[in-house]
Design a protein around this ligand. Structure first.
Ligand code: FE2
Length: 374
């Protein structure tokens, strides 16, 4: 593992200042039913809606919020649409990783002049609550980064969206914000995309994991983590490495039909509560073998939480120079073995759980084997 600081004095001007993740939009097969899952199982509140009832003819979109996390679930309501095509190719998946900016025009100009492929020129959307400027560029696969400038807007979400009339009463599980979003890219493409984030978006390389860090008997992967200047936006990029059998990244790419978002890590301040609630409501997590807990404290040292409680909920523990972290991964949240979530609680640690990779990947491989994909 290697850690690099490219601009330790912070002397370079950030040409793409980001305020954080604005929202993550999925294209899904049935947004109405997915919205029910995110409300009832995950405790997201339905805050806005756009669809036929609001004059949108080709789609329906449900906007869900918990803490600072905003998800949009969008579905096609006609067969001849790019949404339907996306779902046909990829299954339910992330279309937009949208970033919150102060100036969407400048974000578009600065990134496209450095080589970003434009998706949408800066466009102003208005309603009685003000205006939002949105622009967008392509990233890996069919995934898009939108830049959303909303400083002159006070509505529920974006112009065109209304307050929903059918929101369920929900109980949040304590999710606070997006910690990081991971992309899987094709073999040999990781460094290309790291270069894209460095050169086109001004990100810095934080960490590198090679196949010696992340390998099991069967499969391996390589990963590099890039971060924007203030660290609010972190994108690990994975590619498969040679193993005896098919790696989890290859399985993803086969079923997603290309590169795309692999997992979204959401932060909590109380992982014991969050995971207990999610399990109770039917969210499925990866299984961690009991023997993981036998020597884990030798590796990570003292922690505040009770080890038996962590073991009961199958929560993983790791430590770096700055502290420790607790994390756990769901199984894929759709029938294709593609997108999943990570629940993470950081107690000082700024890393990504490298010490857990082996235990974790063995668990992932057990699931792959059950699906007949190993
Ligand atoms: Fe992660």
């Amino acid at each position: 593992m290697q850690r690099e600081v490219l601009d330790p004095a912070g002397t370079e001007v950030d040409f793409l200042p980001l305020l954080g993740t604005d929202h993550i939009e999925f294209y899904v097969g049935n947004a109405k039913q997915s919205a029910y899952y995110y409300q009832m199982a995950w405790g997201y509140e339905l805050i806005a809606y756009a669809g036929p009832e609001t004059g949108v003819r080709d789609r329906a979109s449900y906007v869900l919020k918990q803490g600072k996390i905003t998800l949009i679930l969008t579905t096609a309501i006609k067969p001849d649409s790019e949404i339907a095509e996306h779902v046909k190719a990829h299954g339910d998946g992330v279309k937009f990783l949208s970033l919150w900016v102060d100036d969407a025009r400048s974000a578009f100009e600065e990134t496209t002049k450095r080589g970003a492929k434009p998706y949408m020129e800066p466009t102003v959307f208005q309603d009685e609550n003000g205006e939002v400027v949105v622009s967008a560029i392509h990233t890996y696969g069919e995934t898009i980064h939108k830049f959303v400038e909303r400083k002159n807007y006070s509505g529920p979400f974006l112009p065109g969206y209304v307050k929903p009339w059918n929101a369920l009463e929900v109980t949040p599980v304590g999710l606070k914000h997006v910690d990081h979003c991971v992309g899987n890219v094709e073999l040999g493409m990781m460094n290309e995309w790291v270069k894209f984030y460095e050169e086109v978006m001004g990100f810095q390389l934080l960490l590198t994991f090679d196949d010696k860090d992340i390998s099991t008997e069967y499969s391996a992967l390589m990963s590099k983590v890039v971060s924007n200047g203030n660290g609010y936006v972190k994108f690990p990029i994975n590619e498969p490495a040679d193993g005896r059998k098919k790696s989890q990244i290859e399985e993803y790419i086969e079923f997603y039909r290309g590169a795309g978002v692999q997992h979204i890590a959401v932060a909590t301040d109380d992982i014991l509560h969050t995971v207990a609630e999610l399990r109770k409501r039917g969210v499925e997590f990866l299984y961690v073998p009991d023997n993981y807990y036998e020597d884990v404290l030798d590796r990570v040292g003292d922690i505040h939480e009770d080890l038996q409680e962590l073991k009961k909920l199958n929560i993983l523990i790791d430590r770096d120079d700055e502290g420790y972290l607790l994390q756990l991964f769901t199984k894929p949240v759709e029938d294709r073995p593609t997108v999943f979530y990570e629940i993470i609680q950081r107690c000082g640690a700024k890393s990504f759980g490298k010490g857990n990779f082996k235990a974790l990947f063995e668990s992932i491989e057990r699931e792959q084997e059950r699906r007949g994909n190993l």
